[in-house]
Design a protein around this ligand. Structure first.
Ligand code: ATP
Ligand code: MG
Length: 220
């Protein structure tokens, strides 16, 4: 078992950040259908800042590192996405505490804490056409499948996120700018939910790669 989960957390954060930056235009296009078209821009500016400062962040524990990521995003990005994504990383870091090694159960607790933070910040419930509609089912699947090993569990969670993001197409937006359009929001997927699906797919692929390059199916 590894004596620190920091490299694994760094890999996941870097993958999320690079995915957000690479998909700036795509995420803006999704948000221009019924929103104000700024989602990709907001996310890319926040994660660009994360990549800029990456090497300098506090690495005393995975939790401290994640908190710094959250603060960086929240201080760079305004509107809805800055506080929401910033809070998610801060809460995940808080749930990790000072632990050096994170178990599967710890990771689930961190993800649940991130969801609670997003809900405390934005007040959204499931079914209101937000990123939660992809994130929560994906975490549920991850938790259910963890015993099968992290590589397969993550791949399954990514598939669930993709399906769940597509299912937001039939929902009416109740939060954010898209909610101003009421019923017109039916017929296109929620940009935040699609972003979760795209990110989950990239993280799953990066994790599979990482595990096979270490020659172990399921390193800690
Ligand atoms: N209250 C909320 N809770 C959770 N997620 C939300 C909420 N409002 C919006 N979102 C998510 O954020 C995405 C849009 O992000 P974006 O940064 O473009 O926000 P916005 O609604 O345009 O508001 P603003 O322009 O003020 O930032 C949506 O697709 C949705 O997934
Ligand atoms: Mg927007």
């Amino acid at each position: 078992m590894a004596n620190s989960s920091l490299p694994a957390v760094e890999l996941v954060v870097r993958t999320i950040a690079e995915t957000a930056v690479a998909n700036e235009t795509y995420f803006c296009e999704l948000d221009s259908v019924v929103g104000d078209g700024d989602f990709g821009y907001s996310l890319a500016r926040g994660f660009e800042k994360v990549l800029e400062g990456f090497e300098s962040f506090d690495r005393s524990s995975p939790g401290a590192f994640l908190k710094k990521i959250g603060v960086t995003i929240a201080s760079r990005v305004g509107g809805t996405s800055g506080p929401i994504w910033g809070t998610a990383f801060m809460r995940a870091g808080g749930a990790a505490g000072a632990k050096a090694v994170l178990s599967g159960a710890d990771v689930i607790a961190m993800l649940r804490a991130a969801v609670a933070g997003i809900q405390a910040r934005g007040g959204a419930s499931l079914g209101e056409k937000t990123l939660l509609d992809a994130l929560v089912p994906a975490i549920d699947r991850l938790e259910a499948d963890l015993a099968a090993g992290s590589v397969e569990a993550l791949a399954g969670a990514a598939q669930v996120a993709e399906r769940a993001a597509a299912e937001t197409t039939g929902m009416i937006a109740k939060r954010g700018r898209a909610s101003y359009t009421g019923e017109r929001s039916i017929g296109s997927p929620d940009p935040g939910a699609v972003a979760i699906a795209v990110i989950a797919a990239r993280v799953s692929a990066a994790w599979r790669n990482h595990c096979s390059s270490k020659g172990a199916l399921d390193p800690a």
